[in-house]
Each structure stands twice: as C-alpha cells, then as structure tokens.
Design a protein. Structure first.
Length: 293
C-alpha cells in the first residue's frame, strides 16, 4: 500500500446545529447520508450551474467536535469558507478554514491495517483508495500505522490520471465547467434525487435532456506529453483541451460530438503537434434515444 500527503489540499469545517441542513441546501451531494467514516463527493455551484469548487466531505465524530469536514483545493479553502459564510444568513452554523492545521493523506493500492479517525474511502472510484485528514507532521506516523509506504504526491497524481479522475484547475477551470463536463455525474458527485441546492435546475436539465456535449476523457499519449492547456485538434479543427498528464496517459476536456465525428472520418487527434488517442473511444458516443412504444 502507498500513501502520499497532498500539499495542494486544505480542510474547511462547518459545524453547528443547522450545519447538515445548511449544507444540504447548497451542495450537489446528499449531506443527509453522511456519517463519521463515510465520505461523499460534491461541489458548490454558481446559480448558473457551474462548479465554484468541488470537494470530498465527511462527518467528524463527536470526539473531534462533530460537524462536517470538507477536503478541498487549499488555494480555494479561504474563498470557500467566505462563500459559505455569505450563505449563512440566520443559520446556526460556524465556518472555519482549518488548512493550517489539517491536511490530506491519500492511501491506495491496498487496505489500511488500521482505521484512523477522520478517514474515509474515496467515493469517486474504489481504486483511489482512502483519504485521512491529519496534520502534515503526522504523515509518516499515520502511514506506518496503516501499513503504507509514504511516497511523493506526484505518485498519487500519476495514479489519479491513470484512473481518469479530473482535477479542478488542471483538467477543467473552476467557474467555467458544469458538473456533467467533469464527470461528476459518473463519479457519484451529484445526487439527483435530493432536494434543491444552488444550480440544481441547470444540472437536472442537463441530466434529463442528455445535453452534455463536453466531457472529461482519458487519453493515451504517443511519446512526449503536450503542455496542459494545449488545444486538441482533429485535423485543423479544435475539439478540446489537454489537461494533466503522466506516464503516457492524460485527461482531456473534449467536445464529444466533434471527436466522434473525427473518429468516424479517420482523422488523427493532436495537441501541440503531438499525437494522442482516446483510451476508451466509445465514451464519446451518445446513445441513440429509444423510440417510445
């Protein structure tokens, strides 16, 4: 088993008697289903349905003061806390940015030998393993406790990229992407049966109409990797943007209809003059609607 402390991740805490209902009315995931030891994937959206910040969230046990802990990009932790306070109004909640005290240890490729406090399985993909919220100074001690070899964060990034799980700021831009475009609907990040939350109408409409034309996809690289942000071309027509890459694999944000047309026409895909191909070509095929009997 491997573990890595992720220096780009921070932690925001929301507590108070109204915390659960407060969060449930704001974010894409069903906070009612949370409990200590369980994590969920979700996001806070703009009213237009675009991702302000995506995150993992767990409930803290009573021994850690209760409340909810959000594992989010460290660079966005303070702005997330500020945004949540803006929505607070009369709700009996407190919001704290704990990123100077708590960070995130990821562990994968095995089962932990012990179950530390503030640990939960990553709900996006079983192969992503576990998250443990700890101070950075404890990363070696916790890794030894769970029987994991402590490695560099780059090793975790390579693992994430190989699994095709997008990362905000690299594989898509915050405030510029809808949840469907970053595969949140496929990564258990949107609960379509819960009550209202900010941006819900747009997300529900995309789900029911099947109008998502842009998607994050896994790509295979032939040799060197294009720079992140490079335009993907089918012939001379832009069809997407390359995101993070590692070890001959990458994640791209593409117009699936345009890429499907290119595949049908036998056109090669390139980015920065370098060849690439889809790891799973069928993901750009939109299933035909079945006729109503």
């Amino acid at each position: 088993m491997k573990s890595a402390f992720l220096p780009d991740r921070g932690v925001v805490k929301i507590a108070g008697e109204d915390a659960r209902n407060f969060l449930n009315g704001l974010v894409t995931t069903d906070v009612d289903r949370l409990k200590p030891g369980l994590g969920r994937f979700g996001a806070l959206l703009t009213p237009q349905g675009k991702i302000i910040v995506d995150f993992l969230i767990t409930e803290a046990p009573a021994g850690h003061g209760g409340g909810f802990l959000i594992d989010c990009p460290k660079a966005l932790a303070e702005s997330l806390a500020t945004k949540l306070k803006f929505y607070k109004l009369r709700a009996k909640v407190t919001v704290e940015n704990l990123s100077d005290e708590l960070g995130v240890l990821a562990a994968w490729d095995g089962q932990p030998a012990a179950q530390p406090d503030l640990a939960f399985a990553d709900p996006r993909n079983d192969a992503l393993g576990f998250r443990i919220l700890i101070p950075e100074v404890l990363k070696k001690k916790l890794s030894d406790l769970i029987g994991a070899e402590l490695v560099d964060a780059a090793d975790y990034e390579a693992h994430r990229i190989a699994l095709g799980v997008p990362r905000g700021g690299l594989d898509f831009m915050y405030s510029d992407a809808f949840p469907h475009e970053t595969n949140m609907d496929r990564l258990a990040g949107v609960d379509f049966d819960k009550g209202c939350y900010v941006g819900q109408e747009v997300v529900s409409r995309m789900q029911h109409r099947g109008t998502a034309r842009t998607r994050s996809v896994k790509v295979l690289l032939d040799g060197a990797s294009p720079e992140a942000g490079a335009t993907i071309l089918a012939g001379d027509k832009p069809v997407g943007t390359i995101g993070s890459t590692s070890g001959g694999k990458g994640i791209a944000l593409v117009r699936i209809d345009r890429v499907a047309d290119a595949l049908d026409a036998g056109q090669p895909l390139t980015a920065g003059g370098l060849a690439l191909k889809l790891a799973e070509p069928d993901v750009v095929r939109i299933p035909a609607k079945q006729p109503i009997a």
